[in-house]
Write a protein that binds this ligand. Structure first.
Ligand SMILES: [Zn+2]
Length: 460
């Protein structure tokens, strides 16, 4: 479906919100930097996935689902992976395959649509070698002691423009790896030698492996061409990773090539603090899912903050989001979605992905009792869909029989002074994820976020 939607996006490159005009509306192309695969995705890793999933959905809605090409890579060659393999004694390929599947499962639980292409770096080594050869031939890279380095001085006019720094500023402020073979401390690695214990590929510079940055330049060129519409990622990647991608691609393919629009999402915090292992507030998406926080709840919490603002994850927000979704799902149960999402919701998203504004509009639709409109509009942002809705089904289960059961057991125990049956039932309910409220007025069982009705079967 084509609409007259005008999409505006904040372009990091120009530091302004611009009207988005695709290079080719029949093939809108987006590249987003994906994860390095050696461990479970932490909650912060999930933020760009959800942010760019929203953009992907908006582009598909605007230009047509078959007129958008979304690429997100997997970095499956990296020294962190090598370290993990050495520590665990496991094969690198086994670790990366397993981690990629974890990532896909966890992101699917958040309702993220899989990109059209998910290239793995190790599948594009020949393309990286070709690009490095081009950079050497054009005088932008040089070989030194088995390494190939990008010569930042060869492109002083462009390097640093994205993040708004000069090469001299960057040298002064950056933690650059000093190495005797570098002509300039800012020069970065395109290729490095591998010893026998490290993964390696034959190349004109001996057996070795690519530096991190070159993979995104080579894979975006291969899958999207030398020039494409949107490049995304977390703002922690802006420098050096994205500066280096730009330098490589523009120097290999032509000065004005590569991405036209750059989008960067802000980072995630937990209860107002940076998430870190040392603060003890570090957790993965899987940890939350296993604690019974549904993926849909995580998604709604994420969408409640604009992508260019820091996202603060709090327990309170998760509880509120869960209550909201239970209400919305009850309201839309058995209802057919409206033919189109509400125009106000599309407008909010089109205004630089104002997801918080879109959620406000969903609340208004719910308050107005427009269930069909709420359903269509919620589904546009990946909420209220069937595939992530199983958790809410349990709300429909009739708990009154179990409440009667516990009441009767309590009455019997009062007489016999034997509370073992009461304790057995209570333990079973708690294990199933129910909150047990007992008062003189009676017994009430309230489903918590991790409620699993199947665990009640053996209790009656
Ligand atoms: Zn990248």
């Amino acid at each position: 479906m084509r609409t007259e939607t005008v999409i505006k996006l904040h372009n990091t490159k120009t530091r302004t919100k611009e009207v988005f005009t695709p290079i080719n509306p029949d093939n809108v192309r987006m590249y987003v930097c994906g994860p390095t695969v050696y461990d479970r995705a932490h909650l912060g890793n999930a933020r760009p996935v959800v942010v760019f999933d929203i953009l992907n959905r908006l582009l598909r809605q605007t230009y047509g689902a078959d007129r958008v090409t979304y690429v997100r890579n997997f970095t499956d060659v990296d020294d962190k992976i090598n370290t993990r393999a050495a520590e665990s004694g496991r094969d690198i390929g086994v670790i990366t395959d397993e981690t990629i599947q974890w990532f896909l499962d966890d992101m699917a639980a958040l309702g993220a649509i899989e990109p059209d292409h998910m290239p793995r770096a190790t599948q594009y080594i020949p393309q990286m070698v070709t690009m490095i050869e081009q950079l050497i031939a054009k005088g932008h890279a040089y070989e030194a002691e088995g390494h190939v380095l990008f010569a930042v001085d060869s492109w002083k006019q462009g390097y640093g423009k994205l993040s708004g720094r000069s090469v001299d500023d960057m040298i002064a402020g950056a933690r650059v790896e000093v190495a005797p073979y570098k002509r300039n401390p800012m020069d970065f690695v395109l290729w490095k030698p591998s010893d026998e214990t490290q993964p390696g590929w034959d190349s004109p510079w001996g057996r070795g492996r690519p530096g991190w940055h070159i993979e995104c330049s080579a894979m975006s060129f291969e899958l999207l061409g030398d020039t494409f519409d949107i490049h995304g990622g977390g703002n922690d990647l802006m420098f050096p990773h994205h500066e280096n991608e730009i330098a490589q691609s523009c120097c290999a393919n032509g000065d004005d090539s590569f991405a036209k629009v750059w989008l960067h999402n802000e980072m995630l915090q937990v209860e107002g603090k940076k998430m870190s292992k040392s603060l003890g507030n570090f957790f993965t998406v899987r940890d939350l899912l296993e604690q019974g926080v549904p993926g849909e709840v995580i998604r709604l919490v994420f969408l409640s903050t604009h992508y260019r603002k820091p996202m603060d994850w709090t327990d309170k927000k998760a509880k509120e989001a869960e209550a909201t979704l239970r209400k919305w799902r009850a309201l839309t149960a058995g209802i057919e979605p409206a033919a189109n999402a509400a125009a106000v919701v599309v407008e909010a998203l089109s205004d630089d992905l104002n997801t918080a504004g879109a959620i406000t509009e969903l609340h208004k639709l719910a308050a107005a009792g427009d269930a069909a409109g709420l359903l269509a509009s919620g589904q546009l942002v990946g909420l209220l869909t069937d595939d992530i809705g199983d958790w809410a089904q349990t709300a429909d289960i009739d708990l009154s029989n179990f409440e009667v059961l516990l009441s009767e057991a309590r009455a019997a125990a009062m007489a016999s002074k034997d509370f073992s049956e009461v304790d057995r039932l209570k333990a079973g309910f708690v294990d199933a994820g129910l909150e047990v409220r007992m008062s003189k007025a009676g017994v009430e069982l309230v489903p918590g976020p991790g409620f699993d009705a199947s665990k009640l079967e053996g209790l009656s």
